[in-house]
Design a protein around this ligand. Structure first.
Ligand code: FES
Length: 97
């Protein structure tokens, strides 16, 4: 278990969270942990039925690189999460292409 700093660009500006992570967690797992345990006002794309890189809708900018939040790149260190496009609906939710 490791605690990492997660900095999220929300509609009102950046907000920092300290999150306990376990090995193999995805960015989506981290977002869900923040939502469930710290801040249920955070908006991000969540698709319970997918969660496995199938729908392609959970795009987010992770440390400057656009990727799927539920992708299997394990989270290891500090994260900066931003909306993937300029057409932001709220927080990390953007209009779908
Ligand atoms: S939730 Fe469908 S691709 Fe990530």
């Amino acid at each position: 278990m490791k605690t990492i700093k997660v900095c999220i660009k929300r509609s009102e500006g950046f907000k920092e969270y300290m999150v306990e992570t376990e090995e193999g967690m995805s960015v989506m797992d981290v977002l869900e942990r923040i939502y469930d345990e710290q801040d249920n006002t955070l908006a991000f794309f969540r698709h319970e039925a997918c969660h496995q890189e199938a729908c392609g809708k959970c795009l987010v900018r992770v440390n400057g690189k656009v990727c799927l939040a539920c992708g299997h790149e394990a989270v290891e260190d500090e994260l900066v999460l931003e909306p993937w496009s300029d057409r932001v609906v709220r927080d990390l939710v953007c209009e779908q292409p």
